[in-house]
Design a protein around this ligand. Structure first.
Ligand code: NAP
Length: 340
């Protein structure tokens, strides 16, 4: 099979580093460029001294990157910046996998409400495909723009979507309590990410209806169910580098065992979702460095079931899922180059 040439915008990000490592050993990818705004002209090893085969690569600016011809572009840029810098590549016909939130939200008005600025390219929203392979595989195959899902949304959507799609299953009063490692906040300096603030500390943040991932989660749950779904979402920062654990409470007419059967049926051929037995509660250490989502269901009370899921935010929640999407788009073996 023929290799493809790829480029990475924002390669100096945490998700970019993860992509560089994955794509550096992918059997069917040739890395054409790695870009950075702040470090353009410097070797990648000036930023990360542990990037394997690309350490000596010189970072180029996003503007210079446009002159390179690539078949697939990954963007690890912040929202708004991403859609702007992707446009010239889009116009050249390059297939794009955007790790930012810019193309995840179908409605530009909803995006504007949650992200507090006008969408930079609303004309492209209609053709962007939400890159959750377990749900949108067939659309991803032919997409020019794939919106890689957020990390928290991946962990909440995978346990719930099969239940919401099942017409005989009621799912109500969803409360997602999620915990993330500090790399989820990115590499830019922030007080809350400082070692002294984050270490030996567990802290909720953006609780209530303020975290931006709520609109993405509700959009996809509503599409799965065919009617409006609303959730309560409480994210927490954990004193660990990577990983997300979501504990999701919901009222249902199903027992945990029935929820497990529905999930098993939905994911029986999925290479990266492991439906665990009831007693086998997922843990971040079990999925660290892999592209797996582990999930299970347990008893809450008579009317409540508890779903638990675990992912690595930088792999299944970002770079790994992006490589999975690329494998689907270019008709490669879906598991190629992905850690399990
Ligand atoms: N962290 C996660 O767990 C995670 C998971 C899923 C999705 N995401 C999403 O993936 C994207 C990257 O996240 P991250 O956490 O890996 O980011 P990060 O570590 O904070 O890095 C941000 C990157 O964006 C570049 N950048 C920032 N402002 C820029 C500008 N004005 N023009 C050009 N480049 C600019 C930086 O480049 P230089 O400093 O080199 O100039 C850096 O490479 C974000 O959209 C994020 O929401 C993150």
């Amino acid at each position: 099979m023929k290799s493809i040439s790829i480029g990475i915008l924002g390669a100096t990000s945490y998700t970019g580093l993860e992509l560089v490592k994955l794509l550096g050993v992918h059997p069917l990818c040739e890395l054409a460029f790695v870009s950075s705004k702040s470090y353009a002209g410097r070797p990648f090893s000036d930023v990360f001294a542990r990037a394997g085969t690309v350490e000596d690569r010189v970072l180029i600016s996003p503007q210079e990157a446009v002159s390179h011809s690539v078949e697939c572009l990954f963007s690890c840029l912040p929202h708004a910046v991403s859609a702007d810098l992707l446009l010239p590549f889009y116009k050249k016909g390059v297939r794009i996998i955007d790790l930012s939130a810019d193309f995840r939200i179908r409605d530009a008005g909803v995006y504007c409400r949650w992200y507090k600025h006008e969408h930079p390219a609303p004309q492209l929203l209609e053709q962007a495909v939400f890159g959750l392979p377990e749900v949108y595989r067939e659309h991803i195959r032919s997409a020019q723009i794939v919106a890689n899902p957020g990390c928290y949304p991946t962990s909440v959507l995978l346990p719930l979507i099969p239940l919401l799609k099942d017409v005989d299953t009621e799912v109500n009063a969803i409360i997602a309590d999620s915990k993330s490692g500090v790399s989820g906040a990115g590499r830019a300096l922030k007080l809350t990410s400082h070692f002294v603030e984050a270490n030996e500390n567990v802290k909720p943040y953006s609780i209530g209806r303020s975290h931006r991932h709520i609109c993405e989660i509700e959009q996809e749950l509503s599409l799965a169910s065919g009617s409006e779904v609303s959730i309560v979402f409480s994210p927490h920062l954990m004193p660990m580098t990577r990983g997300i654990l979501s504990t999701i409470y919901f009222q249902t007419n199903r027992s945990p065992g029935e929820c497990l059967s529905i999930a098993r049926q939905a994911y029986q051929r999925e290479p990266f979702v492991r439906v665990r037995e009831r007693g086998e509660l997922p843990a971040t250490a079990d999925v660290a460095g892999t592209n797996y989502c582990d999930l299970t269901f347990s008893d809450g009370n008579d009317a409540t079931v508890i779903a638990v899921s675990a992912i690595d935010n930088l792999v299944k929640g970002a770079a790994g899922q992006a490589v999975h999407n690329m494998n689907i788009m270019f008709d490669f073996k879906e598991t190629a180059g992905l850690p399990r």
